[in-house]
Design a protein around this ligand. Structure first.
Ligand SMILES: Nc1nc2c(ncn2[C@@H]2O[C@H](COP(=O)(O)OP(=O)(O)OP(=O)(O)O)[C@@H](O)[C@H]2O)c(=O)[nH]1
Ligand SMILES: *[C@@H]1O[C@H](CO)[C@@H](O)[C@H](O)[C@H]1NC(C)=O
Length: 399
């Protein structure tokens, strides 16, 4: 009885403190009520998985500012996925794709104040969305002048911007070139040049660096990047049907991210031959758990190379699996979704081997850290057939 009275009293104290706090704040709050939007875009040739990292830099920038009670009226606009260089299927080319096709936007919002571009369109009364300013970031010509990297920026010239994620009805009142080097939170200084601006955009969002790579905040953000439910169910259906595993921490198959295409062509000293790949997979299985006989391959290789690898592995006694989507599935999930399904299947495996310095591999490693696999089963790479093979960096989770 006493306890209940106490709790009720405590409740009233708590709410009245909160109200008082709000009243005190109203003056400063009332200036802050208009929502402001931060837009960004990434260098067109950059792939999906690097873009996921660029998102994190901006999301962390907003979340960290708001964590200290500042910039509470700012929202980050999720840049639609448009015309990615690696995406070959026609359905992936035609229209800008919203983030919800690949991620749970509500989960992203649990970490940072993000909105889809289409919801900004819905609020726009005019026929066009006119941004106040686009800052086009450019690298300094001499990034490491005298061998030291200092954070700096300056207004510059010689740039242009025409992208707007494929929309012809988005434009800007002014385009400003900025030479930039430093962390992403330094962009607030540039934003402060024009305090009245409500819609501010940064092009070449890949240029600013992470404020906190590998920290707890980094991982909180990373964890909020949950994949779209349909992609997860499709991947889990494949795992349970073909790999006979019914949990997220499988113990009966090994997975490989076998990055080919440009890597096989230009990075010969980082990636193995087909025979060499099979040999390394076999060696890893024998060392890890020789009872495993199922191998899942995620790859961008041509089907003929994949068949050759399959043949090699079959001769070594393995049953080889890969996800081949139907036409309908390609239409439905698009190249981005198909790649995520591959990544999910890799992330559930007992053991994973990736490709050196592939961001596609990095994202799988993070996913495995989040799921709780032992790190020794995750940070493994394919080595070249001969020559040195540097150990992969270990970015383990921080809770
Ligand atoms: N489905 C599928 N697609 C892949 C795979 N590996 C690469 N790709 C495709 O090729 C692209 C590779 O580029 P990304 O990893 O996205 O982007 P990136 O930043 O250039 O990455 P890396 O070049 O790997 O560092 C992916 O976005 C996919 O479209 C794979 O294992 N499965
Ligand atoms: C711009 O065009 C797209 C696609 O046609 C449309 O969905 C969007 O609502 C338009 N935006 C504005 C502000 O009218």
């Amino acid at each position: 009885m006493y306890l209940i009275t106490f709790l009720v009293a405590l409740f009233y104290v708590a709410t009245s403190v909160q109200e008082e706090y709000c009243q005190l704040k109203t003056d400063s709050c009332s200036q802050d009520v208009t929502e402001k939007y931060l837009f960004y875009d990434v260098n067109p040739p950059e792939g999906f998985n690097l873009r996921r990292d660029v998102y994190m830099r901006f999301a962390i920038m907003l979340a960290e500012a708001q964590g200290t009670g500042k910039r509470l009226n700012w929202r980050l606009v999720l840049p639609p996925w448009y015309n990615l260089y690696h995406w070959k299927a026609s359905s992936s080319k035609s229209l800008p794709i919203p983030w919800s096709a690949f991620f749970e936007v509500e989960s992203l919002q649990s970490y940072a104040p993000v909105v889809e571009l289409y919801s900004i369109f819905e609020k726009t009364k005019d026929k066009e969305l006119i941004l106040d300013r686009v800052y086009v970031l450019q690298n300094y010509a001499d990034a490491f002048k005298d061998g030291v990297f200092t954070e700096k920026w300056e207004v510059s010239d010689g740039c242009k911007y025409t992208g707007y994620w494929g929309y012809t009805n988005v434009t800007s009142n002014e385009v400003v070139c900025i030479n930039f080097q430093g962390k992403v939170s330094k962009l607030w200084e540039i934003i402060s040049l024009h305090p009245q601006d409500k819609n501010v955009m940064f092009a070449h969002g890949e240029i600013p660096l992470h404020d906190s790579y590998g920290t707890k905040n980094y991982w909180d953000c990373r964890r909020s990047m949950r994949f779209n439910e349909n992609l997860i169910s499709r991947a889990e259906k494949f795992i349970s049907k073909h790999l006979d595993c019914h949990t997220k921490l499988c113990n009966n198959y090994i997975s490989i991210h076998w990055r080919r295409q440009d890597f096989a062509q230009y990075r010969k000293k980082d990636v193995p031959s087909i025979k060499g790949t099979a040999r390394q997979i076999n060696k890893a299985v024998k060392k890890f758990n020789s009872y495993i006989d199922k191998v899942f391959i995620a790859t961008d290789a041509a089907i003929t190379s994949l068949r050759n690898l399959e043949l090699e592995l079959t001769q070594l006694g393995y049953s080889v699996h890969y996800f081949i989507p139907t036409k309908t599935e390609i239409e439905k999930y698009k190249d981005g979704g198909i790649a995520i399904i591959d990544q999910i299947i890799c992330s559930h495996a007992a053991y994973f081997i990736g490709t050196h310095e592939s961001t596609f591999t990095f994202r799988i490693q993070e996913e495995r850290e989040i799921l709780g696999h032992d790190s020794s089963t995750t940070f493994n790479r394919l080595c070249p057939d001969s020559g040195p093979c540097e150990k992969p960096s270990k970015w383990t989770i921080v809770h």
